[in-house]
Design a protein. Structure first.
Length: 83
């Protein structure tokens, strides 16, 4: 699985677990809603600055966020598709 796709899966799951809309996440992280949508669909790569902003809003450490992404990449190697 491509890292961008895995990041999107993890981002969406964390957002939904916290009951946040894309709009609310974007507002709280000072990002555009469309950018959140692109990230969740694996169509864009997050910058390190964006990863820090998102992890703060989602109340998860950067290390944990990236570990979850890494887990998806490793457990689904080669099986992911861009949505």
């Amino acid at each position: 699985m491509e890292p961008e796709v895995a990041f999107g899966i993890v981002l969406r799951r964390l957002r939904l677990e916290r009951g946040l809309s894309q709009e609310k996440l974007a507002l709280d992280a000072d990002l555009q809603r469309n950018y959140i949508s692109l990230l969740e669909r694996g169509l864009n790569s997050a910058t390190i600055r964006t990863i820090f902003k998102l992890s703060a809003v989602l109340e998860v450490s950067v290390a944990d966020l990236l570990a979850q992404v890494e887990g998806w990449v490793q457990s689904n190697g080669g099986k992911g598709e861009r949505r």
